[in-house]
Design a protein around this ligand. Structure first.
Ligand code: AMP
Length: 194
């Protein structure tokens, strides 16, 4: 486990590529376009490749706040960045796509990028918790993750497929693959005016 080790690489060697999984979610500003633009932005993170991306899924919001449905997806990356470097790029992309942080938990958002997994590391620092704490209970994360990595083991808790089988189910529906959605959504630049 890494504890309070900002900026250090868990492998001690920045040339080693690590597989990391990122959860994407949006429910404002044309969420399909937000996610497509975020997938493009993930491709441009230095020292990082997107190896797989899931379909996009539509899910009902958690909590009691009245708000639009979310669009969710998961991307698998191969990266030579440290976990904190990767988190910084995810937060930069959120900012660039117009996210304004509020204290409201589960509130509406243009774009939320979560670092779900970083190799098989367990990280519990003030800025970063990996595996992401919500991962195992959230079917809107487990459904897309199961599509691209059903046999992936999560920190001694079982495989993604096992966790999905026992997870409380809400209303998560597959809406299409990114390539199909690009044709339908037209321009994949984030919509800043909605
Ligand atoms: P949220 O509003 O849900 O996007 O939470 C963002 C905050 O969670 C930021 O302050 C991050 O430093 C922190 N955080 C802790 N662990 C993670 C993680 N695995 N992925 C993304 N943000 C994280």
């Amino acid at each position: 486990m890494i504890d309070n080790a900002p900026g250090t690489h868990p492998m001690g060697d920045s040339l080693i590529e690590v597989h990391a999984y990122v959860g994407l979610g949006a429910n404002l500003g044309n969420p399909v376009r937000q996610l497509l633009a975020a997938l493009d932005a993930l491709e441009r993170i230095p020292a990082t490749r997107v190896i797989f991306s899931s379909s996009l899924y539509r899910s009902r919001p958690m909590g009691d706040i009245g708000q639009p449905d979310f669009i969710n997806a998961v991307a698998a990356l191969a990266t030579r960045l440290t976990p904190l470097e990767l988190l910084e790029h995810l937060q930069r992309i959120e900012r660039e796509q117009g996210r304004v942080r509020t204290a409201e938990r589960w509130g509406p958002r243009r774009l939320d990028l979560d670092l779900l997994l970083y190799g098989d590391e367990t990280i519990r620092s003030a800025r970063l918790q990996v595996p992401h704490p919500g991962l195992c209970e959230r079917d809107f994360v487990l459904c897309p993750l199961n599509e691209i990595a059903p046999h992936l083991e999560i920190a001694g808790l079982g495989t993604v497929a096992d966790l999905l089988a026992t997870c409380q189910r809400h209303d998560v529906q597959r809406v299409g693959q990114p390539a199909e959605m690009r044709g339908r959504a037209g321009d994949s630049r984030p919509a800043m005016d909605q």
